[in-house]
Write a protein that binds this ligand. Sequence first.
Ligand code: C2E
Ligand code: MG
Ligand code: MG
Ligand code: MG
Length: 279
Amino acid sequence: QAKEAGRNTLRFFDPEMQTAFDLRTRMEAQLREGLRAGQFVLHYQPQVDDAGQMIGAEALVRWAHPERGLLSPATFIHLAEESGLILQLGEWVLQAACAQLAAWSQHGSCDERTLAINISARQFREPHFVGMVRTALNRYGIRPHRLKLELTESLLLEDVEDTIHKMAALRELGLRFALDDFGTGYSSLSYLKRLPLDELKIDRSFVDEVTTDANDAAIVRAVLALAPQLGLPVIAEGVETDAQRRFLISNGCHGFQGYLFGRPGPADALNGDALNEHA
Ligand code: C2E
Ligand code: MG
Ligand code: MG
Ligand code: MG
């Protein structure tokens, strides 16, 4: 019987769990090493207006893993957040985005087009977040209004006081803010109106079936009707078809991002000068 109990006790060391744990530990070590070795890259996806002109771009991080190839953020952002490595990764993204903006600026003259970067909650809550952004802007000589921070509803609302305080300080510097993945959280537009947002991004999950699903169509219409009354321009995410684009335009959407206009790609693929030319 003791033997039975012993065997049961041993069941706590489920080999599958052990394997998952090992995998995680190894991946975390690789992530740390990847940061040290410079294995991360930014890809850029254009954002366009209803005439198809580029109005900006979003920087999306990828991990050039030595064995597994180019990994999408879905495979490592979560682990980066849990392990705290997101602080280092987020700082790298910020610096790389500023470096790219500076490089684009060298080609052309002044320009109002923006580069958006994604900010994770843990990074935003860092006490030194505002200082870190200021330092990066100064270091690369970036005019702050060219950089846009994409924040999610859950991030904004998890600690409203800290959020308001930091957004005010960043806005003071001249930064802009986009509300990412809008519609997937629980907040109301009127509540969000109290925050200094510059743009609302309708989540891809609503755009996906906007031409076939009556609920999605109703939600998107409602957002597009309300946003202008709150002074918020909208960008629709994940626009893949011309039918989606036409639905959005006919309901008053003027900003688009999606495979229809361009997939995320290396900086030069974005047409290096495009961010700076008034074409
Ligand atoms: P997001 O910020 O909502 O970014 C949009 C995602 O939709 C990107 O996925 C983009 O490649 C994808 N996408 C754009 N257009 C289309 C389309 O037409 N069809 C489809 N099916 N997908 C489209 P990606 O690059 O895999 O990034 C996923 C998420 O990872 C991002 O969602 C963002 O939340 C996060 N992420 C990306 N880069 C960073 C970063 O530098 N820092 C942090 N903290 N998170 C990041
Ligand atoms: Mg985003
Ligand atoms: Mg999004
Ligand atoms: Mg998303």
